[in-house]
Design a protein around this ligand. Structure first.
Ligand code: NAG
Ligand code: NAG
Ligand code: NAG
Ligand code: NAG
Ligand code: NAG
Ligand code: NAG
Length: 375
């Protein structure tokens, strides 16, 4: 009798939790469904852009309004430079890892595996459910057989965002000293190594990068540039969100073809179809109402699984630094970005606030100034 009651309660509780998770996810679907039509004043061209924008985890900056935010937001986010005061809280890190594991498992969700798809399979894009793609022979070839993170554990990981806050930080050496270094969107490193380091164990690449940074490979010059960048990865993991949104198929195909044709030494990974919803679900249950997670937040969420200590660099979604000096959106180009623009699919300042709280609690360390030892 007693036992019966207990299992009933357990079943009820499970149901409630499942309900809560799905309530969150349906909210996400709704929001994504609506995002193209919000703001009636916006011109047709604009809404068309924002529609194709939804496709990318990091938006096509050129199509978002080039607003230079003049607010004083950065003052509110003052992070004490006295890094000696920061202390890692191992208990909290483990607790967060456990909580995130209820939503996703980085080991599995970091990539679709070969066993689960075959050439010709039809996939519905995550953000454009009505559009589909065929799994090509080349994509199939490049799917990993086993998770690139299988049984991986690292004492410390660096996640390097692309904010201009890294310029003159002198953080390169410190970043390279971590056991696993994650970078975003194939950002260049050679010319900036003093500030950003060189070591790269995983690098993400949204399909839009091919358009934005490699001119859609219009001629041999750009093709060669991409080839060299990929070759410089030298065995690291190349993480390509290929199933997020329509429009990127060709660009993913080009990259895949290049990798196979030139036998480039990278380990390709293509995030699972459930990853985005799961990540957003986790943050929503922690009352962080992000519209769509940035690559940086995705990486932090994944890293909690296999990194003991997590250090974030180059995360700074504000137009000015703590001393009110202008900060470039990317350390390597001149893209402008409206951090708080309604048209943006991301809620970067909100994400940053959540990360800052975790920094203060000792779950991760955010570096937003010069690194120790920088001169
Ligand atoms: C990105 O912006 C460019 C303009 O520079 C535009 O031609 C292109 O269609 C946009 N791509 C997406 C995916 O929005
Ligand atoms: C920025 O802050 C300073 C003082 O902290 C204030 O005088 C100024 O008006 C603020 N500027 C804006 C745009 O809010
Ligand atoms: C570390 O985190 C745990 C769990 O959140 C908390 O109970 C504990 O007080 C924290 N320890 C320190 C030293 O802040
Ligand atoms: C998938 O490939 C088949 C055969 O190549 C083709 O007939 C079909 O139209 C393709 N479907 C999509 C969604 O591309
Ligand atoms: C390729 O295009 C770029 C401009 O995007 C140009 O500067 C370059 O000379 C071209 N290279 C060749 C081989 O045509
Ligand atoms: C590439 O990786 C190998 C093995 O990890 C290493 O020995 C080699 O020095 C690396 N080459 C470059 C150019 O980084």
């Amino acid at each position: 009798m007693q036992l019966h009651f207990k299992s009933w309660m357990l079943a009820l509780l499970t149901l409630l939790i499942v309900f809560l998770i799905f309530a969150d996810i349906s909210e996400l679907e709704e929001e994504i469904g609506n995002s193209g039509g919000r703001g009636t004043i916006r011109s047709a061209v604009n809404s068309l852009h924002s529609k194709s924008n939804r496709a990318e985890v990091v938006i096509n900056g050129s199509s978002s309004p080039a607003v230079v935010d003049r607010s004083n937001e950065s003052i509110k986010h003052n992070i004490k430079p006295a890094s000696s005061k920061w202390k890692h809280n191992q208990t909290l890190s483990l607790k967060i890892r456990k909580q995130i594991l209820k939503f996703l498992d980085a080991e599995k969700d970091i990539s679709v595996l070969k066993g689960t798809l075959k050439p010709g399979d039809i996939i519905h894009y995550i953000f454009d459910r009505d559009s589909t793609m065929n799994v090509s022979q080349n994509l199939y070839e490049l799917l990993p057989r086993a998770s690139p993170l299988k049984n991986k554990h690292f004492p410390s990981c660096a996640i390097v965002g692309n904010s201009g806050i890294l310029l003159n930080s002198g953080c390169g050496q410190e970043i390279d000293a971590h056991s696993f270094v994650i970078r975003c969107n194939l950002a260049p490193v050679q010319e900036f190594s003093r500030d950003v380091g060189l070591k790269t164990d995983l690098v993400t690449m949204n399909p839009s990068v091919i358009q934005r940074a490699f001119e859609d490979l219009v001629n041999e010059t750009w093709r060669e540039k991409l080839l060299q960048r990929l070759q410089s990865l030298n065995g690291s993991i190349l993480w390509i969100p290929a199933f997020m949104a329509k429009g990127g198929k060709e660009r993913v195909d080009w990259v895949n073809d290049l990798i196979l044709k030139h036998r480039i030494n990278v380990r390709t990974a293509y995030p699972s179809l459930r990853l985005l919803h799961a990540v957003r679900g986790y943050w929503l249950t922690n009352r962080v109402h992000i519209k769509r997670p940035t690559t940086g937040l995705l990486m932090y969420t994944l890293a909690t699984r296999f990194c003991n200590r997590i250090y974030l660099y180059g995360f700074w979604p504000f137009p000015r630094d703590q001393n009110q000096k202008l900060v470039k959106y990317h350390y390597y180009d001149s893209l402008k970005y409206g951090y708080t623009s309604q048209a943006s699919p991301h809620t970067m300042p909100l994400e940053f606030k959540a990360l800052k709280t975790l920094h203060q609690q000792g779950a991760l360390k955010l570096t937003v100034g010069e690194c120790d030892g920088a001169t």
